[in-house]
Design a protein. Sequence first.
Length: 347
Amino acid sequence: MPRFNRKDQHILIGLKQKRGLADFSDIHFIHNCLPERDLNEVNLKTRLHGVDLGSPFFINALTGGTPLAGRINAALALAARECNLPMALGSQAIALENPAAVNSFRIVRKINPKGILWANLGSYATLEMARRAVEMIDAAALQIHLNVPQELAMKEGDRCFRGALERIGRIAGALSKPVVVKEVGFGIAREQALLLLEAGVAAIDVGGRGGTNFLALENRRSRRILSREILSWGIPTAISLIEVLDAVKGEAGVIAGGGMCSSYNIARALALGADAVGLAGYPLQLILRKGPRALIRAIGKLEEELRLLMLMTGSSSLPELRRVPLVITGFTREWMESRQIKLPESR
Ligand SMILES: Cc1cc2nc3c(=O)[nH]c(=O)nc-3n(C[C@H](O)[C@H](O)[C@H](O)COP(=O)(O)O)c2cc1C
């Protein structure tokens, strides 16, 4: 199936999917009744790829390449500009193959001339493709996505996954911009995070299970070829975050992605040690159902609630939030014990 049809089908089927929420219910804050902080001084500043950001949120890779995708990108770009958030674009492979698709990506730069934009390609990308994708939108970084289960669930998807790590290493070593590797909803484990770190990536977006489910989505598109229990494949976002943080130990940025749309979960992810939080399915559904103003309001609410939660833990900055005590229970605790992962004292 041509990429054009697939892109729009992802959006339309994704819109019908019940929106998933990452499960952080095993991560507990401890209320601080003497925070000794002023809400007006609580700031959400973070640093990613060597760049200071006013807030830890960003709009994660979604789309591009078709007229519908171009209109969605324009609406997302407007919201990103108003909220001063970085925005990653959907895979640009389609525009590298077909110049007619370029405008559906460049529109984002037109609407947000000074914004932070991130380019996006799959792990099939060569250095030459990476350079062209970055140049197309004057990107500050390149995301490379990993999506093996999705490809396997697509009738027309890839079947050979050799050479990805080597290509990532080559791009990370030679591209003049930071390279971020991301999953699209199946999570990243400690072992592969270590390989990516060695390959020289600047950050890892865990893209864990809980939000957009590409196995369910592709199953629907290809009229159900996989059995039900396989559809819940993947590492949940909170657990993948703990795995990747344990591997990376501060040597690369770590991004929480996959079903992130509640301020409480975002606060928990940041307290565990995430440097930033990527939102994809949530902004897409808001844009399609209610428009960019609704997304701007939703981001404002997330930021406001995050500040309240931080104050209630006695933190006025993200580095302080990372030092608050956490209690980890249930399945997440068992997973950590089984994998011999300890949450570091200072995260
Ligand atoms: C319709 C749709 C299209 C997507 N296209 C891309 C893409 O082109 N490149 C990519 O890296 N991720 C893509 N993603 C994955 C998201 O960036 C994100 O990693 C994933 O959806 C998990 O986050 P979420 O649960 O917040 O949606 C797409 C997601 C959706 C919903």
